[in-house]
Write a protein that binds this ligand. Structure first.
Ligand SMILES: N[C@@H](CCC(=O)N[C@@H](CS)C(=O)NCC(=O)O)C(=O)O
Length: 324
């Protein structure tokens, strides 16, 4: 898939992904913050910041979701990558399926943004990227931080000022996030990218132990924390919505389908039906992108996307009357 070494894209090079057969995710390297008051050097402004994303990627999906939920489409632009094998890193081109050229900077490939931000950058060129058009640099490439910025720093331009990380629920949200990250968001990757049997089995059991616990919790509560939709729900949603189409099959999360969990699948429909969410879910890009990852699928034959996906997610969820 290639990677960046000293500011150049190297098609044949790869950074180590596993240790003792276990998949290890590296920390993101650009960690600046946009703030409402600009004290960080990156003041929130309309038209200044831009998101580089792919509909395939669950981490990028977090950023796209927040842009839609907060009504920031008018203030923050977006470039949508082609969900291909990333031989040259993520590519920006209109392939007729909803991908785009890069209207902000004219980058053909995402590595160009990383090289512009740091001429000696080494590491993966990942989405999402929050890009500053004024300083021509990457502000941040860590989705968990990008969504916190979109949640509050841009409220002067947001059509929805709802706070998904309210102060009174922060400790509970953080605790829930940790479980969901280890057991699911990253847990499915520990299954899919394990290099030895024992690492895969350990990852797979953790994924389903986490799903089982969430099923029990969501049978008695409409949302994860505090009886309202919070960041924890959105961070769970992006993994659930991919589960049956790619994690169950390609990543060998094989014990059960998500659809066989009644509470979790109704909960997923509930979130999918919130305003603005459905447009951010492109199951065709998700399937094509994951099955184009060479180390996960050497033949790169892409299955046809699941039938009636959007209409099944639009069915009644029956959770409106739940007490908490
Ligand atoms: N920690 C990052 C992870 C982002 C990430 O892993 N993105 C993947 C796509 S799902 C990527 O762009 N990978 C590029 C590559 O592996 O070359 C975040 O949450 O923002």
């Amino acid at each position: 898939m290639g990677t960046m070494i000293d500011g150049r894209w190297e098609t044949e090079a790869n950074h180590a992904l596993t240790e003792n057969g276990r998949y290890i995710r590296k920390d993101s390297q650009f960690r600046n913050w946009v703030t409402a008051d600009g004290a960080s050097g990156f003041p929130a402004e309309a038209g200044r910041y831009h998101l580089y994303v792919s509909y395939q990627c669950p981490w990028a999906h977090r950023a796209l979701l927040y842009r839609a939920l907060k009504g920031l489409q008018g203030a923050i632009g977006v470039s949508i990558a082609v969900p291909n094998d990333r031989r040259m890193s993520w590519e920006f081109r209109d392939d007729g399926t909803g991908t785009t050229e890069d209207a902000a900077e004219g980058f053909a490939y995402l590595y160009e943004a990383y090289a512009a931000a740091d001429p000696i950058y080494s590491g993966i060129a990942s989405v999402p990227v929050l890009w500053d058009r004024a300083r021509r640099t990457i502000v941040n490439n860590e989705s968990s931080e990008i969504i916190r910025m979109l949640n509050s720093a841009f409220d002067a331009f947001a059509t929805n000022k709802q706070d998904f990380y309210p102060p009174d629920l922060r400790a509970d949200i953080d605790a829930m996030n940790e479980k969901i990250y280890a057991g699911l968001n990253n847990g499915v990757y520990r299954c899919g990218f394990a290099a030895v049997q024992a690492a895969y089995e350990e990852g797979c059991r953790q994924v389903f132990a986490t799903l089982d616990a969430l099923e029990a919790h969501l049978a008695g509560a409409r949302y994860l924390v505090g009886g309202r939709i919070t960041e924890a729900d959105w961070r769970l949603f992006i993994t659930l919505v991919r589960f049956d189409a790619v994690y169950h099959s390609l990543f060998r999360c094989s014990l059960r389908t998500l659809e066989s969990y009644p509470a979790l699948s109704a909960y997923m429909r509930d979130l999918y039906q919130q305003p603005g969410v459905a447009e951010t879910v492109r199951i065709d890009h998700i399937v094509r992108g994951y099955f184009s990852i060479p180390r996960a699928n050497p033949s790169r034959i892409v299955p046809l996307p699941p039938q009636d996906f959007a209409s099944r997610l639009s069915q009644p969820h029956g959770r409106e009357t739940m007490q908490s």
